[in-house]
Design a binder for this molecule. Structure first.
Ligand SMILES: Cc1ncc(COP(=O)(O)O)c(C=O)c1O
Length: 370
């Protein structure tokens, strides 16, 4: 199988562990093992202390699938498959797509959401958003054809932090229902909503013809666990997916299952902590943008951990980012990594040292001012 490089991931690979500061990460700081275990009750501690490293159930152990299902309104453990998020995306595309099929995907998007489909010979049609988060639900209908197999959504959205209203979400689902269209809903940032009144439900609780993805990396600040899950009412798709998994990881790592279970059962300790940090850093960034409005503009995200900011500069954003990292040690992701023109950067709000990094960036900006 031939597949293009994952630009964003390759850019991270170049700098993430060699440079001093990161200002574009989509994950929040990783919590410690001690923090996870300090949330555990006696029953959960006993699971941890009695852990054995044999194979686990390839669907995910029952205790974990039950806990995952309880996060949703319409699911039980049979609607859940546990696997790493990248694996889930890869498997889903491989089990449902054929050469010549069309998929509709939001633009810009996290690359794996369309690149695996492209490598399988599918054709992507783009549902376009701009960095001001303008979009039209009606436009979706004009993208549909007889060959459309899948609508790929990602709310809260990486990189813009966009979240639709419940009304708009229902309009999207009505449209999918009208055309009996399968939705793959990447909800990796689910519940990471800055104002609780804007929270939206998972699509799998609203639409029977969907496969939804959530996991530990973003909402929970546990990216290193490498855990995620798909949920669906489509038993036929889940059956195919678990069979495909036999050729990849086969089953999940035993320690990760217990840690994921504990984090899920005490999700407020993780998600609320992350939301507070994101909201604080978003405010710092808004003040920074006001002070530097000649250089940068952005629309405040309402959800997720990232935003796309526009740079008013006379060179490509990739060049700007390369200079910034070499002069200051700050790694910033240019819009080019999302194939999104050459004047945007992604900002990530999930890190504790955000203020420190912003100050270093601002000194760099001020040094360059005449
Ligand atoms: C929209 C989206 N989906 C999936 C993933 C993959 O998540 P994980 O790192 O847990 O594999 C990411 C990671 O950045 C993402 O932003």
């Amino acid at each position: 199988m031939l597949i293009d490089d994952f630009k964003l991931e390759r850019y991270f690979a170049k700098y993430e562990f060699s440079t001093k500061y990161l200002i574009s990460s989509s994950d929040c700081d990783g919590f410690s093992l001690e923090y996870i275990l300090s949330s555990a009750d006696d029953k959960e501690m006993s699971l941890w202390n009695n852990l054995r490293f044999g194979y686990t159930d390839s669907r995910g152990s029952e205790f974990l699938r039950e806990s995952i299902a309880s996060q949703y309104k319409t699911l039980d453990l049979n609607n859940v498959l546990v696997m790493s998020p990248g694996e889930a995306n890869f498997i889903l595309m491989n089990t449902i797509l054929n050469k010549g099929d069309e998929i509709i995907c939001m633009y810009p998007s996290y690359q794996s959401l369309y690149q695996v489909a492209v490598s399988l010979g599918a054709v992507v049609k783009w549902w376009k958003f701009d960095s001001h988060q303008n979009y039209q639900v009606q436009e979706l209908e004009s993208l549909l054809s007889k060959k459309t197999k899948l609508l790929v959504l990602n709310f809260p959205h990486n990189p813009t932090g966009f979240l639709p209203s419940v009304d708009d979400l229902n309009k999207i689902i009505s449209l999918a229902r009208k055309y009996n269209l399968l939705i793959f809903s990447d909800e990796m940032y689910h519940q990471l909503v800055h104002d609780a009144s804007k929270q939206i439900p998972s699509i799998c609780d609203l639409y029977e013809n969907s496969v939804c993805l959530w996991g530990m990396a973003k909402s929970f600040g546990l990216a290193g666990l490498r855990f995620g899950w798909v949920t669906s009412h489509r038993a036929d798709i889940l059956k195919k997916m678990v069979s495909f998994k036999d050729y990849l990881s086969i089953c999940n790592n035993a320690a990760g299952e217990v840690l994921t279970y504990i984090a899920l059962n005490h999700k407020d300790n993780f998600i609320n902590h992350n939301i507070k940090k994101i909201v604080k850093n978003k405010k710092l960034f808004s003040e920074f943008v006001r002070r530097n409005s000649d250089l940068i503009e952005f629309v405040e995200p309402v959800a997720g951990s990232t935003a796309l900011a526009k740079l008013n500069i006379d060179c490509p954003s990739l060049d700007y980012c390369e200079k910034l990292v070499s002069k200051t040690g700050i790694m910033m992701v240019p819009g080019e990594m999302f194939d999104y023109g050459d004047s945007y950067v992604r900002i990530g709000f999930g890190r504790e040292n955000f203020d420190e990094v912003l100050k270093i960036w601002e000194s760099y900006i001020n040094e360059k001012k005449p």
